[in-house]
Design a protein around this ligand. Structure first.
Ligand code: FEO
Ligand code: CA
Ligand code: CA
Ligand code: CA
Length: 637
């Protein structure tokens, strides 16, 4: 396939985007940030320095120029490594204070009360909402807790050592953090005590269910007879920032939080089985009925959604937007279609599960932020079916259409959404190799799909978009939305790369031969498009190739397409999450998740004590800020 032909889209065709461009030219300074606090509403409406609209980036006439940095070497040791001429600073770590009254981090005397006032565990997604040139709200997900690495005196007697108090610490360490950050010179710092700072937890943050499934009897529990109120969010993996500056938290492996057996013949049995409920990863169900499906069989139906949070208002009630479906949401990156509708791309991270997008019914209002408040409550959820001829169809999950009817046990759109996976099964969606981050590039109409791996696919289960059996190393797919119309229902697709060691023919990797011995990787997970259109891939599982996870730049155009280049790597046991560039491209934030979680690691004997390296300090998941020495765009000349 000739990509220069396939990619010739018109990125500025949309009226809404042109309108956004005009607004931004009026309001943004040269570096693309709003120039004053009084323009806050505009800053958030315009999508900030994170994901967002085409107009929120510098114009690009052609594909991205090549990156320019000296690659780091593959390897595995106790600390992080970044490309030459770059500096990687720890910005904020597990246990760091967020409020004026936050207790000091004391890993030997942890409590839920302290954790609710501190940065949580296992940082994943990073989103940015700018306040000014040098200030932003950073939105970070805390995906999960690595129990025996995080808590002292637990490993040897787990799970019986999981008292209620210890479970409460875990619940408090899940969720998210909103923290103001500020740059002085070359250094970003968190602003402890900022009025915006907020902890969102798995158990103490009240949330509303909204959209078509809200109030459905299958969402009702003994704590909530309305099916509209739920405390907390958990297993928040990646996410997104909407063009109006709200923070989307994707609930992923919620199944792991439940214990117990359903009563014999319970009507939720097949539904829970489809989602792997109960997973039994945590012991919370020993102490709380809501995490025990024998007592609260509907509680799992209240998780697996996308949660929308307004970071500008720390007292606001987060909303679980049921119109976006219920599955193991990896992320929720969004983009404005040419006609002004919002499109949210989402992967369901499970072997043989699916790729989705949501298209809002209403249009994004660029002048009035409040008008977008409930935009995510109405629209159409689509699931992808890939064809051999390089096309794919986005099939609508709409009650009453095709097999999505009472005859198949789906009484309403609410049930189509509660059982999104089964509805997509009925439509014959393409089973994928674990869809992780899905990243639209507003300037090109391209969408990058990370498929991390699928060790269980057999030869008779391969399909056109997932062609390798026992796919240990993953692959990346490029989708081209026609003429940049992200709301389109028929698109084109091709592979960018099939990952793994190019020197082992049996693996079938497809790197560009320009790729160095350090430039190839396995298990793509999160990704980011930088302000010049460069694609950056973070991995989760590269250690199976003998080197730690990290961040690679990927060439996507011209003769170098399919070339990887190693930029950063994490300490042993960690994966890399949340790559996020500021809009000026001069800072790259990355989330180092579960450092020290190597084979057999415990609190007492971790794989590393990064980043503090105190003789008794545990490893601490942390967000880092990477800048180029002396300034300039990260990773470029
Ligand atoms: Fe939480 Fe799919 O990674
Ligand atoms: Ca992920
Ligand atoms: Ca991303
Ligand atoms: Ca991951």
């Amino acid at each position: 396939m000739d990509h220069s032909e396939a990619l010739s889209v018109n990125p500025t065709a949309g009226r809404a985007e042109r309108r956004l461009s005009a607004i931004i030219e009026r309001r943004l300074d040269r570096r693309g940030f709003i120039g004053g606090v009084s323009a806050l509403a505009a800053a958030t409406a315009l999508g900030g320095c994170a994901s967002g609209t085409a107009a929120s980036r510098p114009a690009r006439k052609s594909a991205a120029p090549g990156v320019a940095f000296e690659e780091i070497a593959r390897g595995m040791d106790e600390t992080h490594h970044v490309a030459a001429d770059h500096i990687a600073d720890v910005l904020i770590r597990w246990g760091d204070p967020l409020f004026n009254d936050s207790p000091a981090f004391d890993p030997y005397n942890q409590s839920a009360a302290a954790q609710r006032r501190q940065f949580g565990y296992n940082n994943d997604f990073i989103g940015l909402v700018p306040l000014s040139e040098n200030r932003a709200l950073m939105c970070v997900n805390h995906e999960y807790t690595t129990t025996t690495l995080m808590l002292p005196d637990v490993a040897a007697t787990y799970p019986d050592s999981m008292t209620r108090e210890r479970c409460d610490i875990e619940l408090a360490a899940h969720g998210g953090t909103i923290v103001e950050i500020e740059r002085t010179g070359e250094t970003w710092r968190p602003v402890a005590g900022s009025r915006y700072n907020r902890r969102i937890t798995a158990d103490t943050t009240p949330m509303e269910m909204s959209g078509p499934a809200a109030g459905h009897p299958r969402l009702r529990t003994s704590e909530d007879a309305t099916g509209r109120l739920v405390s907390g969010t958990m297993n928040n993996c990646a996410g997104g920032i909407t063009p109006w500056g709200t923070y989307l938290m994707a609930e992923e492996n919620f199944n792991g939080c439940f214990l117990g057996d359903l009563p014999e013949g319970h009507p939720e049995a097949a539904n829970h089985a489809r989602y792997g409920v109960p997973g039994g990863w945590y012991q919370w169900g020993r102490h709380y009925d809501r995490y025990d499906v024998s007592k609260e069989p509907h509680e799992p139906n209240r998780f697996g959604w996308v949660v929308e949070v307004d970071p500008m208002d720390p007292d606001s009630t987060p909303k679980k937007r049921t119109a976006l479906g219920r599955f193991k949401h990896e992320g929720a990156e969004s983009v404005v279609a040419p006609d002004g509708r919002l499109v949210v791309y989402m992967g369901d991270d499970q072997r043989f599960d699916y790729l989705y997008k949501f298209v809002s019914e209403g249009r994004v209002d660029t002048e009035n932020r409040a008008a977008n408040r409930d935009l995510l409550d109405a629209g159409t959820l689509y699931v992808a079916k890939f064809h051999d001829d390089g096309t794919l169809d986005w099939m609508p999950l709409v009650h009453g259409r095709g097999p999505l009817t009472d005859a198949n046990g789906l009484d309403s759109q609410a049930e189509v959404l509660i059982e999104t996976r089964r509805a997509a099964d009925l439509l014959g969606a393409t089973p994928m190799d674990r869809p992780e981050d899905v990243e639209p590039d507003p300037d090109t109409g391209r969408v990058w799909v990370m498929l991390t791996n699928n060790s269980r696919r057999t030869e008779d289960q391969v399909n056109t978009a997932n062609p390798r059996a026992e796919n240990l190393f993953g692959h990346i797919i490029q989708i081209d939305e026609p003429d940049g119309d992200f709301a389109a229902t028929r698109s084109r697709w091709d592979f960018l790369v099939k990952c793994g060691d190019p020197d082992v023919a049996a693996i079938g990797a497809t790197w560009n031969p320009l790729t160095s011995e350090n430039g190839w990787f396995a298990a793509p997970d999160n990704c980011a498009v930088d302000p010049l259109g460069g694609l950056w891939i973070a991995t989760d599982g590269n250690q199976r190739t003998g080197a730690t996870d990290g961040l690679w730049a990927m060439e996507t155009d011209g003769p170098a397409r399919g070339t990887g280049r190693a930029f950063f790597r994490v300490p042993i046991g960690a994966e890399l999450c949340g790559p996020r560039f500021t809009q000026d491209g001069e800072t790259l934030f990355v989330a180092v998740q579960h450092p020290g979680d190597s084979d057999g690691a415990t609190f007492e004997n971790p794989g590393t004590r990064w980043p503090d390296f105190g003789p008794r300090t545990p490893p601490r998941p942390a967000v880092m800020a990477i800048r180029k020495r002396g300034g300039g765009r990260v990773g470029r000349a």
